[in-house]
Ligand binder design. Structure first.
Ligand SMILES: C[S@@+](CC[C@H](N)C(=O)[O-])C[C@H]1O[C@@H](n2cnc3c(N)ncnc32)[C@H](O)[C@@H]1O
Length: 258
């Protein structure tokens, strides 16, 4: 989402709790992930107590990937989602035969891709590109995933339009993102954990308190479940729906390109 201005000259985007010029957001987000890339996977486990693994499993189960299909894992970072797609489709392929699935991990940050490749490249391809301008033709993909990535992008509507453009008719879109707590009574605990504990874990594990402060703040600026579902519909997705995970700490959103 971008703040409108008649001339388009003063467009801003949120960087955590700050509003910054559009071009500056992309640079600052790039800086955050360049700094955390080497410790990124470790930090995910430290911050979520391993829960991110279950959330990613659920996202890939919702995608229902099949052998022979082509997938884009956008803002894919070190490739957690892509590896799950590869593992699941390979198990199916061994039982049923057919071609291997192809999976492209697309991320704007070469450092994140490098950290992912270092974990083993398997049959994955790694593409350094912006989610707002994907280097893939119309209707190229059977499935599109974006996990904990879209809130870091400057223009969320543009990302959704690109997802819709690159999916074939019948293609599936699945998004995991931090969202709004559905259980109001838990807010004080969640706030304390988010604003006090996570930056401290960031300092201890990644020697980077500021980057994790940004990540926590960016969650609060991201549209809540119903609003994001509306943005998906506006981008042309059909059968849009979502499910809260961990009481709305995270939401799993999905839709079809029909
Ligand atoms: C929190 S990480 C998520 C990584 C991975 N999907 C996961 O779930 O572990 C967010 C990723 O979004 C990437 N990113 C931010 N803005 C982007 C953009 N405009 N286009 C593509 N990737 C972007 C960052 O470089 C980073 O790797």
């Amino acid at each position: 989402m971008i703040a409108d201005s008649p001339e388009g000259a003063h467009e801003t985007a949120s960087f955590g709790f700050e509003d910054v010029p559009r071009a500056e957001k992309a640079q600052r987000v790039h800086g955050v992930f360049a700094r955390v890339a080497r410790r990124y996977d470790l930090m995910n486990d430290a911050m979520s107590g391993g829960l991110h693994r279950l959330w990613k499993d659920e996202a890939v189960a919702k995608l229902n990937p099949q052998p022979g299909e082509f997938f884009l894992d956008v803002a894919g970072g070190t490739g957690d989602i892509a590896r799950r797609i590869a593992g699941r489709t390979e198990r199916l392929r061994r039982r049923r035969g057919g071609a291997a699935a192809r999976i492209a991990i697309v991320d704007i940050n070469e450092g994140m891709l490098r950290a992912g490749r270092a974990r083993g490249a398997d049959a994955l391809s790694w593409v350094c590109a912006d989610a707002e301008k994907l280097p893939f033709s119309n209707a190229a993909a059977d499935g599109y995933t974006i996990a904990f990535g879209i809130r870091n992008c400057t223009d969320i509507d543009a990302v959704l339009r690109e997802a819709r453009r690159t999916l074939r008719p019948g293609g599936r879109f699945v998004c995991l993102e931090f969202s709004r707590l559905a259980i109001g009574g838990l807010s004080p605990v969640y706030d304390f954990y988010s604003f006090r504990i996570i930056p401290l874990i960031g300092k201890a594990v990644a020697q980077d308190e500021e980057s994790y402060r940004y990540l926590v703040e960016s969650i609060r600026r991201f549209p809540e479940q119903e609003d994001f579902a509306g943005m998906m519909r506006a981008a042309g997705f059909a059968r849009v729906n979502y499910r809260n995970l961990a009481g709305g700490v995270v939401a799993l959103h999905w839709g079809w390109a029909l």
